[in-house]
Design a protein around this ligand. Structure first.
Ligand code: UD1
Length: 329
């Protein structure tokens, strides 16, 4: 059935990919984005309203005016070191704004809520494989700000008719395979984006943060999930809620990982360029290996990935990076 969906942060990297898939599925979409990190041109479907998720009057008005029954909440700050430097900004923007959105949603009778959470809620798990039952012990304000939002959702769902799916993203990468939208974040820190920037000549070199981890080749291992598969998980989450599914929290990853060196090799293969690499010390707060226990999302949502291939992920990321490079020439 066609839903009426408010997408916060729909002009951002992940939100814009979800908006595209929702639009292709014929859903009614209103995007709320303050454009501090997002891009107007990334919103391919629906109406874009420029504003803040923390703006109670605006959010309440949008929910009522558009008869919204579903909220997908992406708007957030996501840079871990920034969250350490300015924790209150992260709690204001990520936690307080979510509280505001939840209050407005409950008042307006919103039925379904899909929330962008993060593997950062696990902190430094004792085992590389984190399942949804792994204790949540975030080690930075970013992870804590998201975990607090999960708790508010959990409690509100008990106290009201609202039902939700919280999705804990692992390492999201890649872009729309048709190259219409992508990851445009300036001063990017995420590995695949940074490596692609080196491949197109936007940066001189790439640092490998740590070569002495207890992993197969000494570098950090992560579970990289293609943004298209992640976006599809949001649509599946909505279907699940519509079918009467109970509120739940699910990991979003593939269940296996790649090392930094393996990612670099994939980017070299895709680009035909040898990347200049600087072996550097470990980055503070990085676990050696973080892999999603990814069984539950498959069984609960009936989700199955279509882009579980590091070469495909890297190819789409590179396609987008080349577009950005061509634009700035
Ligand atoms: C980061 C966040 C994490 C968040 C996730 C998704 C940090 C410390 N962690 O995950 O909380 O949930 O994004 O937004 O910011 N690496 C290099 N060189 C680089 C960049 C990264 O060697 O230039 C390595 C890292 O040490 C790590 C791996 O590549 O082993 C992936 O790093 P990155 O892409 O930054 O993501 P995470 O830190 O895993």
């Amino acid at each position: 059935m066609t839903r009426r969906i408010l997408v916060t942060g729909g002009a951002g990297y992940i939100g814009s990919h979800v908006v595209r898939q929702l639009g292709e599925a014929g859903q009614y979409i209103v995007v709320l984005d303050n454009l501090t990190k997002g891009f107007r041109e990334a919103v391919l479907y629906g109406e874009l309203v420029v504003g803040d998720t923390g703006d109670r009057d605006l959010v309440s008005r949008l929910l009522v005016e558009h008869s919204i029954d579903t909220v997908m909440h992406f708007a957030a700050l996501t840079i871990v070191p920034d969250s350490v430097a300015d924790p209150l900004e992260y709690y204001r923007n990520n936690t307080c704004s979510t509280r505001n959105l939840l209050e407005c949603s409950a008042r307006a009778g919103v039925k379904y809520f899909v929330f962008s959470s993060t593997a950062a809620v696990y902190g430094m798990p004792a085992e590389p494989l984190a399942t949804e039952d792994t204790p949540t012990v975030p080690i930075n304000p970013y992870g804590t700000s998201k975990l607090m939002s999960e708790w508010m959702l959990r409690d509100l769902a008990i106290a009201s008719d609202l039902r939700y799916v919280a999705l804990r993203y692992f390492n999201v990468a890649g872009c729309d395979p048709e190259g219409r939208i992508g990851q445009s974040t300036p001063a990017a820190t995420l590995l695949i984006k940074v490596a692609c920037e080196v491949a197109v000549g936007k940066r001189d070199s790439l640092s490998i943060f740590g070569t002495d981890y207890p992993t197969t080749d000494g570098t950090g291992v992560r579970d990289y999930i293609h943004v298209e598969d992640l976006a599809d998980a949001h649509l599946k989450a909505l279907n699940y809620l519509e079918r009467g599914g109970e509120s739940t929290t699910l990991n979003c990853g593939y269940g296996h990982g790649f090392s930094v060196r393996e990612v670099i090799e994939a980017v070299e293969k895709a680009s035909g360029e040898q990347l200049a690499v600087v072996e550097s010390p470990r980055r503070a707060g990085d676990p050696p290996s973080l892999i999603a226990g990814a069984d539950r999302i498959r069984s609960v949502l009936g989700w199955s990935p279509r882009y579980d291939d590091i070469d495909l992920i890297v190819n789409t990321a590179l396609l987008w990076e080349r577009k950005l490079a061509a634009r700035s020439d």
